[in-house]
Design a protein around this ligand. Structure first.
Ligand SMILES: Nc1nc2c(c(=O)[nH]1)N[C@H]1C(S)=C(S)[C@@H](COP(=O)(O)OP(=O)(O)OC[C@H]3O[C@@H](n4cnc5c(=O)[nH]c(N)nc54)[C@H](O)[C@@H]3O)O[C@H]1N2
Ligand SMILES: Nc1nc2c(c(=O)[nH]1)N[C@H]1C(S)=C(S)[C@@H](COP(=O)(O)OP(=O)(O)OC[C@H]3O[C@@H](n4cnc5c(=O)[nH]c(N)nc54)[C@H](O)[C@@H]3O)O[C@H]1N2
Ligand code: SF4
Ligand SMILES: [Mo]
Length: 724
């Protein structure tokens, strides 16, 4: 049916409300929904390219079986039956632990599919479920475990007097650091009302340009800088002693651990002015409401857990948590009703019991360490992974050490990739299973709310919800299968029972008890609509009610106030976790060494046209021939004798890439900036330089975080030389 339909863009976690113009059963145009949503009609180039994404000639419309270089189409039922047979034989020979599952960022587009997939893994008896969370910000959940959580949630930026964003650029990423609903405008409003914004970033980003104070840090020194800020707050007695006295412990240990991080020492190491560091500490400690939020910058550049932990300590020292009587900062709408209480949830173990034999790394509060997944495939241990489901991910470009990733994928007995296009990862697959795309399936905004469980101060902080039915039919003659239906049919073919689990919380801190739903395995596969219904059963506002507002709605929060702490609550937030304090002491011991071979530091940056590797295939987002030029400060261009647009080779200890260099005066001198997600596979004969330079081939696994296995994706020592 033709017309203009309200819907939700689900390409990134902002979930912007959109209107889709449909002609002849095809989406022809996407515009922002201006009907008074809290997004004010915002869209980005990716969202406006949804019509091209859906109609792209590169899109896969039926499953493929690949054998060597030959790819043969097959029906979705054949794919299910073939994979069931091969999996049965692998499990019979090696046991269920030979099967792994990797959840990539693509599942953001249809989160319902993961319930059946994870239930399938449980049904076969394998706990080897990995996700991109452990190569993103695993420190978010690990630090929450070590520090404890606050049951009412953190302060909202919309109310804040003072705000600090550490290594994030929410104006572009719509992620950590500002609300996802049009973050640029939300920041502008907050600043206009007088909020002070501190941004810590080696680059003068779109967010840093708005900052009251920008600390242009030397990459990799966030923990040093934060320890310095805490030093100033404690030595000037700026902390909220009443809050700490009632709700926290370990102040003495933290105070001792930061003694050596004087403003002079910390600022010199972090490459900022000592006066600016002191000013940042005073600015952050002033005012009643505020928050410090870490994002990928500190996570990627080493000591990620510690940086996230120190940011939590900073919030606790200054009492940046919602108090009794205040409005609940994250009022659930499509999540269940719960009671936000002004009390701590005590720290809990950051490490699980499951040890991966290849690396000795353990499951952590963010999940299985994806940074060690390739090792698990290349291992000869008893828990070697031989079959992998890769759902909505692109390991070749996203995991560290690209050559090693490719070696691992090539070694698998069975690789099933769930993707709508032939990525460099899909080129290694035995089966490629394409799903329908967002405009062809229903969806709702529960996912955006759910983000609050990943670390703190994230997710939607206004009571917004929207549901969208499918707005266009699937392409004629296609045989597409969504992830949920696939795993249901696979379980049916293997005679397994699937039980879905719905968790509302972080670790053991649950807002409501976990719900388990047993699927009827004799019935037809649950549709995406049915899975959405199951997910939202028990939501504070019934899904039926949300559906009555096709353009979405801000639901009221009357009466949702933060409650007093339980009178017998003895839980305390922990400021001086011993493992973290020890890591802080390590930082004092090993000061950074300059390496003449690699005088520059590579940092990563996201851009508006791409969502990780998504969007590369569309000409509207990436005109023919346009790669990912490297950014270098004009001063460094000059000292290397490079002209704008020069062809260069960038080298790290782990690899080499070629590309063009462009001057970028927003960078801290001494850094080189690249955008990830570009590039082709390394093993393969043809020249694919038009795919751009792959950052993954410059990264290695030598410096994985010892707790999470988080690889180094930033602050990587590199050199640059002109091509002859
Ligand atoms: N060097 C370097 N490495 C990095 C990063 C970096 O900045 N630099 N970033 C890290 C971070 S933060 C992350 S989260 C990871 C990301 O790691 P991945 O999630 O593995 O990588 P993506 O490129 O996001 O892959 C998403 C895939 O999902 C597919 N997809 C899109 N929509 C759908 C859908 O509806 N269904 C299905 N089944 N598939 C779909 C896309 O085509 C794409 O191939 O990479 C990490 N790796
Ligand atoms: N348009 C767009 N949006 C996206 C994505 C995308 O690819 N494109 N990806 C999505 C994903 S998977 C994620 S995880 C989020 C990530 O969201 P963000 O974390 O906001 O990611 P970036 O925008 O790359 O911002 C990271 C910043 O860290 C800085 N940085 C690098 N090294 C350091 C360091 O050592 N210390 C400090 N303090 N800063 C450092 C970089 O200069 C950069 O500005 O974005 C999501 N949203
Ligand atoms: S920011 Fe862009 S990609 Fe993300 S949901 Fe909004 S329109 Fe879509
Ligand atoms: Mo990410």
């Amino acid at each position: 049916m033709d017309g203009t339909f309200p819907s939700i863009c689900r390409l990134c976690l902002a979930y912007c409300p959109i209107e889709v113009v449909v002609e002849g059963g095809r989406a022809v145009r996407v515009i922002g929904d201006r009907s008074g949503t809290p997004y004010d009609g915002y869209t980005c180039p990716k969202g406006r390219a949804l019509p091209e994404q859906h109609a792209a000639s590169s899109r896969l419309l039926r499953p493929l079986h690949r054998n060597g270089n030959k790819a043969t189409p097959l029906t979705s039922q054949q794919a299910v039956d073939d994979i069931a047979a091969r999996l049965r034989s692998i499990i019979d020979t090696y046991g269920p632990e030979a099967v792994g599952y990797y959840i990539g960022t693509g599942v953001v587009s249809n989160p319902t599919g993961q319930g059946p997939g994870i239930a399938f893994m449980r049904a076969i008896g394998s706990d080897l479920v990995f996700s991109a969370a452990t190569i993103d910000k695993p420190g978010a959940n690990v630090s929450t475990a070590l520090h404890g959580n606050w049951m009412a949630g953190a302060h909202r930026m919309e109310d804040a007097d003072t705000w600090m964003v550490i290594g994030g650029n929410p104006v572009i990423s719509k992620s950590n650091g500002a609300p996802p609903n049009n973050p640029g405008v939300r920041l502008k409003e907050a600043l206009a009302r007088g909020m002070k914004l501190i941004v810590v970033d080696p680059r003068r980003t779109e967010t840093a340009k708005r900052a009251t104070l920008h600390l242009q840090i030397r990459p990799g020194e966030d923990a040093t800088l934060l320890a310095g800020i805490i030093h100033v707050i404690l030595s000037e007695n700026l902390q909220d002693q009443a809050f700490i006295g009632r709700h926290a412990e370990g102040l003495g240990q933290l105070r001792d651990a930061v003694v050596a991080f004087t403003p002079d020492y910390a600022a010199a190491r972090a490459g900022v002015a000592a006066d600016d560091l002191t000013a940042a500490a005073r600015m952050f400690a002033a005012g009643r409401i505020g928050g410090a939020v870490c994002s990928t910058g500190p996570s990627f550049s080493s000591h990620g857990n510690l940086s996230f932990y120190l940011a939590l300590c900073l919030n606790t020292l200054c009492g940046r948590w919602a108090r009794a009587g205040e409005r609940a900062p994250f009022p659930n709408v499509l999540l269940p009703e719960y009671t936000p209480k002004a009390q701590p949830f005590a720290p809990y173990p950051a490490l699980g019991s499951r040890v991966l034999s290849a690396t000795g790394l353990r499951q952590n509060a963010s999940g299985m360490p994806t940074g060690a997944l390739a090792d698990q495939i290349l291992s000869d241990g008893p828990d070697r992974i031989r079959a992998l489901f890769c759902v909505g991910g692109n390991p070749v470009l996203a995991w560290p050490d690209q050559a090693r990733t490719e070696q691992a994928l090539a070694r698998l007995d069975l690789l099933a990739v769930f993707d709508y296009r032939m990525t460099p990862t899909a080129e290694f697959a035995d089966y490629v299973i394409p799903p329908p795309l967002t405009l062809e399936i229903p969806g709702n905004t529960q996912m955006v709310e759910w983000l609050k469980y990943i670390g703190v101060t994230r997710g939607m902080s206004v009571p917004w919800a929207q549901h969208s039915p499918a707005v266009i039919p699937r392409p004629e003659g296609s045989d597409l299968i969504d992830d949920g239906e696939f795993f249901f049919r696979l379980a049916q073919a293997m005679g397994l029972q699937l039980n879905l689990t719905y968790v509302s919380g972080a670790g053991p801190h649950l807002e409501v008890p976990t719900r388990i739903v047993a699927l009827d395995m004799q019935a037809a596969p649950p549709t995406v609509d049915a899975l959405l219904e199951m997910e939202c059963a028990g939501s504070r506002i019934p899904l039926e009610e949300v559906k009555r507002h096709p353009h979405g709605r801000l639901f009221d929060t009357d009466g949702i106030r933060v409650q007093e702490a339980d009178p017998d609550c003895a839980a305390r937030l922990r400021l001086g976790d011993p493992m973290m304090m020890e890591e802080l002491a390590d930082i004092l011991r090993d000061s950074p060494q300059d390496d003449d071979r690699f005088p520059l530091r590579l940092i990563c940056r996201r851009v508006n046209n791409f969502m990780n590797s998504v969007g590369q295939e569309l000409e509207v987002l990436r005109p023919v021939g346009q790669g990912n030029p490297f950014g270098l400060h004009p001063q460094d261009m000059a000292s290397h004798g490079l002209a704008p647009g020069a062809e260069v080779v960038v080298r790290s200890a782990d690899g080499t890439v070629r590309g063009q260099v462009q001057p970028d005066d927003s960078l801290r001198p001494g850094t080189l900036s690249m955008t990830h997600g570009f590039g082709a596979r390394l093993s393969g004969a043809d020249d694919r330089s038009e795919a751009g330079a792959s950052v993954a081939s410059l990264t290695g696994v030598a410096e994985r975080d010892r707790i999470t296995g988080m690889p180094r994706f930033s602050a990587i020592p590199v050199s640059i030389t002109a091509c002859p």
